[in-house]
Design a protein around this ligand. Structure first.
Ligand code: PEP
Ligand code: MG
Length: 883
């Protein structure tokens, strides 16, 4: 088996198409090499080896060693050096590179190949002993940390002590001799801690680093990241070994990262940062504040530090040309890493750049307009779920702002929450339902879970490409980074801001659009959607087959739904119309009524409320289809709980509190979700369904009388398992329809259909379709009843199931295609066979989940219905499913 792929000197064994085998980084390095771009030579050990490693007790196949040695030989030839050579040593970097980019998840070792001998050769060759020994001590630190598992602090302590002893302020004051001293101290410390000296054999170093990369595939951070991003464990990571180039060779050297377009806004302008005389990860680590690459960006930022354009015009010019070529080559916005060594530019990475949702829209629309991609490609390229970010609130511009600090606008949106200083505290707060802002000096991959739990992230250090900024943008969380005027004092647990002190629990607001940090909670506005948003939505609408409706039960929700482009209401949950303070009382009277006449009295109170709701909804929807579901109240949600509530209902009903308490107790159910709900309620108390049908038909008659587009209400019976249940309720509905038409003299068109949310209904769908004119898949209940997992109690153990790999995804979030999906498929086939023109839709939560929507397209549903804010996501996902 070929485990090793070499690249360098304009040739490569792999290409961009080999991402699965070589990982994203390796595949793109090979591609850049073949394009003739300046890439330091190197080789990639395949992801297949990672799989082999884990399948074989963390060991390598025998052929690996000779392959790696041959590759090193070749890389050395290109670089004009030899690995381990005491005179002209080849130094390498060792990095991970998975198929999907996992920023900051894996570990990197630079300067590998240095030892007590080769460091002297490097010093002599560079004519710069300080550089050589500084590189060596960095290598020792990094290697010990990543490969040997020694804590960073061990070295920091020695460094700080030396600094104090020598009376230095900053690291740059260290001389070559000082560094040699530090290295000696490091080495004896390592021997004391590990019982063995620091490895001097470059090959031993290399195999150690390779093993560390593969091991890190299973470290906690990587496992968490994969879980959050649904990356399968089986993919594995590749290892990239590459000749070192040095950005820390003096004032004519630099290292940087850039995006070919602005990753925050999508604006077509190269956007990036660099550091002079710095190595590798310094830019991303956010330890020094970086400089702008272009002069335009420097001016815009108002920075007084020179841009790369001014500082190194030649390297800048080649970089711009390469950036442009790469964007055209990949037809996508690129995220680039580069190093300039003594004026010469080297490309270290290119990949498709992560971007905010609004930047993604702008880039896609612009590129389609520029003719780089087609409209369909533009639509396909947007991560539908990310549109959620655009629906984030922003701060009301008219609201007073008490600004206590300012940083970089690292990720858009505004958020308010109580201050927490640790990811653990953020998670605890989240579990208790308290919104928090995670405040850190800087974040690291260990903070991913805390960032997820927080409403927003604030850091006091680091640039726009710092860990916090990159990760927050990916998550769609508001983030302000590098707010340098703020100080986090971990010892006393406070945030110091302009003379004020904030403790854990104090409320602040961050504005990811301006970088402002504000005291207290600040009024927010709903987001404005850009022109690019409607352009993409327009293109998506042209491409999709399925309709998109919304689940909405108030006129306000219906309006929101329409403003987001909903083409009807797919589910109006009528019980939700009675949660309101003024109405719940009448609802409780109805539920708790002892006799039919008591119940009718309560229903008489509910009728006008229902009718006016429907009238308004019909008006808002102006002729678009509206599916109204008859009451489906899990009764426990409505029963009075406190003594006060019981007393209130008792007095309204004119009965004693004692009697009402008894009645409440008699209605108690052990499994309310499988209890007296859905059509079972209509079967027991047909007068309830009759009242609702009357309200619907009267409202429809009113709408018809007002002219305009007549509504065709779709009346939906919930939780049907048997045809006889549906028939019983349908007969009542039809009777009321006849009556209302007689009374009003207006003919009303309507449909009667059913939810398919029980396995029996799916299995008997042909029979049920005899009476049902439409099916709407209630996949919430269908998931609950198919798995036998309670919707209300699943959270407590589904997380455990996920962590133990029993399930990959929460089936209440993304449809279980294999099981629940099979039932849907059966019902679709049987339903269609029995009634050719049956209307089919879905209205469970899955109707707004892109993966589930893809499934709906494959089984040929007519529409999906989801919550109003997810309508844009569904429109886009439906288009992507159809493309
Ligand atoms: C469902 O069960 O999927 C559904 C839409 O109904 P509800 O969530 O109201 O039970
Ligand atoms: Mg249901």
């Amino acid at each position: 088996t070929k485990w090793v792929y070499v690249f360098g000197d304009g040739r490569a064994e792999g290409s961009a198409g080999d991402k699965n085998l070589l990982g994203g980084k390796g595949a793109n390095l090979a591609e850049m090499c073949s394009l003739g771009l300046p890439v330091p030579p190197g080789f990639t050990v395949t992801t297949e080896l990672c799989a082999h490693y884990y399948a074989n007790d963390r060991t390598y196949p025998d052929e690996l060693k000779p392959q790696v040695e041959a590759a090193l030989e070749e890389v050395g030839k290109v670089a004009g050096r030899r690995f381990g050579d005491p005179a002209k040593p080849l130094l390498v970097s060792v990095r991970s590179g998975a198929r999907a980019s996992m920023p900051g998840m894996m570990d990197t070792v630079l300067n590998l190949g240095l030892n007590d001998k080769t460091v002297e050769a490097v010093a002599a060759e560079a004519g710069d002993a300080r550089f050589a020994y500084d590189s060596y001590r960095r290598f020792i630190q990094m290697y010990c940390n990543v490969v040997l598992g020694l804590d960073h602090d061990v070295f920091e302590e020695i460094l700080e002590e030396e600094k104090a002893r020598l009376g230095y302020e900053v690291d740059t004051e260290f001389t070559a001799g000082d560094w040699q001293n530090v290295i000696a101290l490091y080495q004896s410390k390592i021997e004391a801690e590990l019982g063995a000296p620091f490895p001097q054999d470059p090959f031993e170093q290399l195999w150690g680093a390779v093993g560390a990369v593969f091991s890190s595939w299973m470290n906690h951070r990587a496992v968490t990241y994969r879980r959050l991003h649904d990356i399968p464990e089986s993919w594995g990571t590749a290892v990239n070994v590459q000749a070192m180039v040095f950005g820390n060779r003096g004032e004519d050297s630099a290292t940087g990262v850039a995006f070919t377009r602005n990753p925050s806004t999508g604006e077509k302008a190269l956007y990036g940062e660099f550091l002079v005389n710095a190595q590798g990860e310094d830019v991303v680590a956010g330890i020094r504040t970086p400089q702008n690459i272009t002069e335009a960006a420097r001016l815009e930022a108002g920075s007084d530090k020179p841009s790369l354009e001014k500082l190194m015009p030649e390297a800048f010019a080649s970089f711009i040309a390469i950036a442009d070529a790469l964007e055209r080559h990949y037809c996508d916005m690129q995220d680039l890493e580069f190093t300039i060594e003594r004026g010469k530019l080297w490309m270290l990475q290119t990949r498709s750049g992560k971007r905010t949702a609004s930047a993604a829209l702008k880039v896609a629309v612009d590129m389609a307009t520029e003719g780089l991609i087609t409209r369909e490609q533009a639509v396909a390229r947007i991560d539908a779920a990310s549109l959620d970010q655009l629906l984030h609130p922003t701060i009301d511009p008219d609201a007073p702002r008490d600004v206590i600090g300012i940083g970089l606008p690292a990720s858009p949106g505004a958020a308010t929450g109580a201050i927490v200083f640790s990811s653990e505290a953020a998670e605890e707060a989240k579990a208790e339902g308290r919104p928090v802002i995670l405040v850190r000096v800087e974040t690291s991959p260990e903070d991913i879970h805390g960032m997820h739990a927080a409403e927003g992230i604030l850091t006091t250090r680091g640039g726009m490409t710092s860990h916090a900024a990159v990760v927050a943008r990916g998550m769609g969380k508001p983030c302000v980074s590098g707010a340098g005027s703020l100080r986090v004092d971990h010892k006393t647990g406070v945030l110091l801001a302009m003379g004020q002190t904030f403790k854990k629990g104090d409320v602040i607001t961050i504005d990811g659009a301006t970088g402002q940090v504000l005291k207290g909670a600040v009024p927010m506005l709903r987001p404005e959607l850009s022109g690019d948003f409607s352009t993409i939505m327009g293109w998506a609408d042209e491409a999709r087959r399925m309709k998109v409706r919304a689940n909405a039960e108030t006129p306000a929700d219906a309006r929101t739904a329409r403003s987001f482009g909903a083409e009807g209401i797919g589910l109006c949950r009528t019980e939700h119309m009675f949660f309101d303070d003024g109405r719940i009382l009448a609802m409780r009277e109805m539920i708790l009524a002892d006799t039919e006449s008591e119940r009718r009295a309560a229903l008489d109170k509910l009728l006008p409320m229902q009718r006016s709701d429907f009238t308004e909804i019909f008006e808002v929807m102006a002729g678009l289809p509206v599916t109204i579901r008859l009451l489906d109240p899990p009764l426990h949600e409505f029963l009075p709980k406190t003594e006060e509530e019981i007393a209130e209902v008792a007095s309204a009903m004119g009965v004693s509190a004692e009697k009402l308490r008894q009645r409440t107790e008699s209605l108690h159910e052990f499994n309310p979700m499988l209890g007296h709900r859905g059509c079972r309620l209509a079967v027991s108390y047909p007068e309830i369904a009759e009242m609702q049908a009357r309200a619907i038909f009267e409202a429809a008659a009113e709408a018809a009388a007002k002219a305009g587009a007549p509504v065709v209400p779709e009346i939906m019976v919930p939780l049907v398992g048997m045809l006889s249940e549906l028939d019983f309720v349908k007969a009542r509905i039809d009777a009321v329809a006849k009556k209302v038409m007689g009374e009003s003299g207006i003919a009303i068109d309507y449909l009667v259909g059913t939810m398919i949310e029980l396995p029996r209904a799916a299995l008997r769908a042909d029979e049920i379709a005899g009476s049902a004119e439409f099916f709407s898949f209630g996949t919430n209940d269908l998931t609950q009843t198919t798995f036998g997992i309670s919707r209300d109690d699943a959270a407590s153990f589904l997380e455990i199931y996920r962590s133990r790999n029993i399930i990959e995804q929460d089936p209440f979030v993304s449809l279980d295609v294999d099981g629940v999906g099979e039932l849907v498929r059966i019902a679709v086939e049987k339903g269609r066979a029995a009634r050719g023109d049956i209307k089919l839709g879905i209205c469970g939560e899955h109707g707004g989940d892109p993966a589930s929507i893809r499934f709906c397209e494959t089984v040929g549903l007519d529409y999906v219905s989801c919550s109003p804010f997810r309508v844009p996501i569904a429109r886009l996902a439906a288009a992507q499913a159809a493309i």
